[in-house]
Design a protein around this ligand. Structure first.
Ligand code: SF4
Ligand code: SF4
Length: 217
């Protein structure tokens, strides 16, 4: 494993130059027992060594097309992130002879808990709406990750005030599925809405973003 913090810094810089709005890194092993893994009973990461480089793309509410989901193709926003990730993988392999790979989006396909990864990389903090809240972008950022055979220094995690602390809960009031009725995000209720969207047979699906778009962060 290569211990070279400068390569990690260059990779993060390059990700931003290629179009990522945010990027951060964390030791892969940090995710093994991340909060989502503990809550859902999955192993949080396939990799016990190396570094996850987390890439984030702002999804401007004025560009809803970034989020339109198509069967077998995902969303245009995710394809942009995957393209940036593939560029990074190529650069790490060709320029530094470092083994790297793009991480699949879905956890079932070998993915990682991307929101946990973003928080543990110091990019943002989890909001009451179960989305990562970021300075400047609020919860309107999608993530993807690359694994690299690099040693990762512990990330800088700036202390941030809890943005939800004094908020009346616009996200909760906006949910059409009452997915926060128990006081916590209920994945099954939320997924029921997503699955109904998918079952509608539309070629491009405009998934619910009510809890995200209602947030004033
Ligand atoms: S709407 Fe309020 S409670 Fe919900 S995530 Fe945003 S800041 Fe937090
Ligand atoms: S995405 Fe829609 S259904 Fe799911 S929790 Fe948010 S508002 Fe509720």
């Amino acid at each position: 494993m290569v211990d070279n913090p400068e390569i990690t810094r260059s990779a993060l810089r390059m990700a931003r130059e290629r179009g990522a709005d945010v990027a951060g890194a964390l030791p892969a092993a940090t995710l093994l027992d991340c909060p989502s893994a503990v809550a859902e009973g999955w192993r949080g990461a396939r990799d016990e060594r190396g570094t996850y480089i987390v890439l984030g793309l702002y999804h401007d509410p004025d560009k809803p097309e970034l989020d339109l989901w198509e069967p077998g193709r995902g969303t245009p926003g995710d394809r942009i992130l995957a393209g940036i990730g593939r560029d990074l993988v190529h650069w790490l392999r060709e320029n530094h002879d470092i083994s790297a790979r793009l991480i699949p989006y879905q956890i079932e396909d070998g993915g990682i808990y991307l929101k946990d990864a973003a928080c543990l990389a110091g990019i943002g903090r989890m909001g009451r709406n179960n989305l990562v809240l970021l300075p400047r972008y609020g919860p309107r950022v999608r993530f993807r990750a690359v694994w690299a055979d690099l040693d990762c220094p512990e990330p800088d995690r700036p202390e941030r005030e809890d943005p939800c602390r004094d908020c009346p809960g616009y996200c909760i009031a906006a949910c059409p599925m009452d997915a926060y009725a128990s006081g916590r995000y209920d994945r099954e209720r939320c997924m029921a809405r997503m699955n109904a969207d998918k079952a509608s047979g539309g070629k491009r699906i405009d998934h619910c973003r009510a809890c995200e778009l209602a947030c004033r962060e």
